[in-house]
Design a protein around this ligand. Structure first.
Ligand SMILES: C[S@@+](CC[C@H](N)C(=O)[O-])C[C@H]1O[C@@H](n2cnc3c(N)ncnc32)[C@H](O)[C@@H]1O
Length: 261
């Protein structure tokens, strides 16, 4: 099988295959949008997994991402949802580090979901992303950041070994997708150098391979709360999951809710 598909388009398409396993966070963002009334800002919105259903629920949503291929998929998916959703959602191609939209200071809810903060790659980048959240909120507005909290066993696996992530059918292409990854963790910098490989094709045909390289900077709940405070936000809740139960030593996630005074 040969494919002229650009790498960025293929990786955006495969991101949606990753998301066939529902992270389970949409109800939280719908509830928080209802609480604040919006408008809603999602930084690093990707293919619109959260931004589109929020817009479909009637909220005014702005989604920002720097990857045009991801935004292209978000636009196509929004158009399939119909005119009202399209009217409620604005997609902006921009870096969230140092972001300053004309609507800064007006959002009721602004969030960075599902580990996207890791992709800032450095502590300074993460600090700037928190500042972008704070800058875009109206007084009384709510910021949310959600990051995975790996335990020692998770980190021990980041030693270069190849790990099978999934074997899954892509309902869009009808192809089978095999995803593997390998990662190297540097505890001094909290950086994970992650290599992801996708192989896809039909049974009996040669596979197409795609490679993705990411630099992730892990961040503890404590450090996240510190950066939010530095950005001028007041911590409302530091939860361990999408049910907003308090974080504990065995929590797999840190979900920070913080208010702009
Ligand atoms: C893991 S995806 C998350 C997408 C979406 N938030 C979700 O929960 O499904 C991360 C997204 O962050 C975007 N991203 C990474 N660094 C960025 C930056 N500095 N500025 C804007 N977008 C960025 C990537 O392009 C990608 O679409």
């Amino acid at each position: 099988m040969t494919s002229p598909e650009p790498v960025a388009d293929a990786l955006a398409r495969l991101y949606d295959v990753d998301l066939l396993e529902d992270p389970g966070d949409l109800d939280l963002y719908l509830a928080l949008a209802a609480r604040t009334g919006g408008p809603v800002l999602e930084l690093a919105c990707g293919t619109g997994r959260l931004a589109i259903p929020l817009a479909a629920a009637g909220f005014q949503v702005t989604g920002v991402d720097r990857d045009p291929a991801m935004l292209g998929r978000a636009r196509a998916a929004t158009a399939r949802m119909g005119r009202e959703t399209t009217a409620n959602l604005r997609l902006v191609e921009a870096d969230i580090v140092g972001l300053e939209l004309p609507e800064a200071g007006t959002f009721g809810l602004a969030f960075i979901a599902l580990n996207s903060l890791f992709l800032m790659g450095t502590r300074d980048g993460q600090r700037s992303a928190l500042e972008s959240l704070a800058r875009h909120l109206a007084p009384g507005g709510l910021a949310v950041v959600d990051v995975w909290q790996p335990d020692a066993d998770d980190l021990a696996r980041f030693d270069g070994r190849v790990m099978l992530e999934y074997v899954r059918d892509d309902p869009g292409s009808g192809w089978q997708v095999v995803k593997t990854s390998s990662a190297q963790y540097d505890p001094t910098s909290q950086i994970v150098e992650l290599t992801t490989r996708y192989e896809e094709g039909r049974a009996g045909e040669s596979a197409v391979r795609w490679l993705r390289e990411d630099r992730l900077r892990l961040i503890s709940a404590d450090e996240l709360a510190g950066l939010a405070g530095d950005a001028g936000l007041e911590i409302e809740t530091l939860a361990g999951g999408y049910d907003l139960a308090p974080i504990g030593s065995s929590s797999e996630r840190a979900v920070l809710l913080a208010v702009r005074p």
